[in-house]
Design a protein. Sequence first.
Length: 317
Amino acid sequence: MKSEKCGQSFFLGRPRGYTVDEAVLHDEFRFLEALRQRFAGSLFYDPRAGKSYCRAGLGQYNICFHGKAGGDAAGGGVGEDGDILLDMLKSRGVNTDSVIKIDNITSGHAIIQVDSHGQNSILLYPGANRRMTPELIDRELEKYSCGDWLLIQNETNCLEYIMRAANKKGMKIAFNPSPMDGTVSTLPLELVDLFLVNEIEGAAVTGKEITEEITAEFEKLFPNAAVILTLGKKGSIFKSEKDMLFQPSYCGTVKDTTGAGDTYTGFFIANYINGVSPQECMRIAAMASTVQISRDGAAIAIPKKQEVLNALKNHCC
């Protein structure tokens, strides 16, 4: 399917990242040596236009719409402190006309620990992102029709409502169940056309822990859906009714893994919904994540399309 419109809704937040030697554990107290105050986020880019779109706040999108009728727009919620987030989105070319500003609540925010190995631990406050209503969702869905795509993550409220409403319109649904919690199992997952999960999320959804068993169980539970299973430095797997594909990771420096999975998701889905082969989508997404984790931060660390293509052309391992 060749699609020509992308309207998006984001997790909007203003995280703070703290540098630590090792992540703080239960009942442990530690003074912080450094504060990384930054916007975190990931990228959703339009490969036709070569444009980049931030997904602000932890690299975690909430809802993304992709349609056939032209125009790009972000939708979602920010709190009374959200102007700086909207400014960041606009600076990256995002149409924010559909983003609402909600009084008497702050925007979503997070505390992120980044250890000496670049791994992260995150404490999240959803803020305005959990103030979505069926009325707001219906208003946004009016712009889309059969065959359009809905990309969602477990960040907002009203997920069941939007899944059923989108399915009723004949839209295709891509779902990343992050952050994983017990509410995911209550959702109508049988409506999903494409799952995007890491090993922890895949194990939680399927009840399996071995990679091969996770993909096999997805096929058993959701025979009409495809799944992307990301494996960190071990690569990624795409499984559908027709294909079983593997993409190795690329070698590189690891400074901060915050937003790596969302970078992969953004680059993969932006290509996938525009007819690029799954293997090529995986290749591009893997390199995008490799470049992203070689830098500090999340949104500010996301490479642009041409950077990724150049890195693929010049990679040596």
